[in-house]
Ligand binder design. Sequence first.
Ligand SMILES: Nc1ncnc2c1ncn2[C@@H]1O[C@H](COP(=O)(O)OP(=O)(O)OP(=O)(O)O)[C@@H](O)[C@H]1O
Ligand SMILES: [Mg+2]
Length: 551
Amino acid sequence: VAKSGGRRKKRSSSVVAEPEGRLTKLFHASPVALAISTVGEGRIIDVNQIWLELFGYQREEVVGRTNAELGITVDPAIRSTAVQRVGADGVLRNFELQVRRKSGELRDVIVSAVPVEIGGEECWISSQVDITDRNRAEAERDQLLASERAARAEAEAALERLRAIESITDSALRRLGFDELLHELLARLQRALDTDAATVMLINEDGRTLSPRAAYGYELNPALRVRMGFGVTGLVAARGQPVVVDDYSRVDVSGIAGLHEPDVRSAVSSVMGVPLRIGDMVVGVVVVSSGRPRRFTKEELSLMGLVADRVAPAIELGRLMERVRGGRERQRVLARRLLTAQEEERRRLAVELHDELGQVLTAVKINLASLERRPAGSAPSAHLSEALASVDGAMERVRDLALALRPSVLDDLGLPAALRWYADRFARDAAIEAHLSIDDVPRLEPEIETACFRVAQEALTNVARHAKARCVWLDLHLHDGWLELSVRDDGIGFEAAAARERAVGGASMGLLGMQERVTLLEGECRIASGSEGGTELRARLPVHDTPRGEA
Ligand SMILES: Nc1ncnc2c1ncn2[C@@H]1O[C@H](COP(=O)(O)OP(=O)(O)OP(=O)(O)O)[C@@H](O)[C@H]1O
Ligand SMILES: [Mg+2]
């Protein structure tokens, strides 16, 4: 060591020169693990205490053996690799490798070795430093760095998404009316997702179909009706789950009415739809489509989902407002028509009274006057019997008029009998087979009986006038505090929503009247019909009080 600046040969010999001297002390006292082994086979000649601690052996276990025999060697080729790494000066520097301790535990070490000659034999004296912890720390730091980078990227992506949602659903939307809101929303969604078209479909009142409510990028087709569970939007609505379709040509469009299939097939390649949800309830679907085939990504889907969740309440609110407005409008129309109807009824009554009773009374008066002029004691003449007959006729007319004003059967017989009477008469006059299933419900509040009777009357009249039906089924049941009426036919059916629109526009009164009567009594009235045929009206009215006549 003293001549360490000298040539290799000399330095080596100096170690050997004083085996029990200072170098030996240094060897054993070194804080670094040191070993001396033969160059040829790598047999261990000596190791220091730190080496023993590092590898977990006793000295007598290792002297005379090789690393490979001891199992310290992990990679059998490591010795030849190390030899290749020996520098031009014959020194191996900072060679990293993995070793196995006696316990089997693997450690990373860094080795440097210099050749020495001991007792005429070429040996390596090597130092080993355990760098496992350092490596681990480094790996941990790398991992931390990576996860920090990932977290930052994620945060940025989230922010980006948030910005996108914000730009789609910003507060400016709140100031828009319902239709502009939908239009603007779809325009933004279409821009953000770079699609060709975007549509909002809402579930109809019948709960079985969806209708388009707003479209962007193409002309909205108001005749479109999607059955729940069919097509993409029907599936989204039925499942309450998003649906992504890369290849639209595979979608079965058989459950979609009013759709021109070739047009849609040529315009749509990929579709993505998400539900519009209020709490657990699905109220509609937002769907975007692309003309060129594409794969919508998870991010795009989640963006659309977030937008849908964010705007669903606004859409529902808009629809409710619209319904309220529609209800008010309906009420106004009804009130107006009711007035007209009353006026007409009055006029008719006035004409009847004038024409029928006026003439009869005039005849009676003439007859009575001629009786007055007769000499006293003469026999009753034909004038008297004529007058009596006229009075009889007048009484009959009055009864007819009263009957037209209010069906007395209802008062006299109660609802079930009145319905049977009316339905029988209806079946006979209209030549339609009537199947009745009418429970003998007890007497109910008069308004309820009247409303139910009138609704049945209008429904049956509609069947006779419009349905071209062969059969009609009329059911009346009292169930759980509800009086339930159903009138069903096997006729041609009709688009109930469209008919209601026309009625609100003043085209007719029947449907609105039924709805209004039932709603006034806090009941529910639904019409299920469609172009497939058959119509069913269901009305239910709450029955609160003790029924009449049973108390
Ligand atoms: N059972 C039915 N089958 C087929 N179409 C029907 C049926 N009920 C109603 N409709 C259709 O709905 C429309 C509206 O019915 P609504 O009762 O409101 O009017 P209306 O019967 O034409 O006239 P009114 O005001 O005198 O009742 C009808 O014109 C008819 O086209
Ligand atoms: Mg009608």
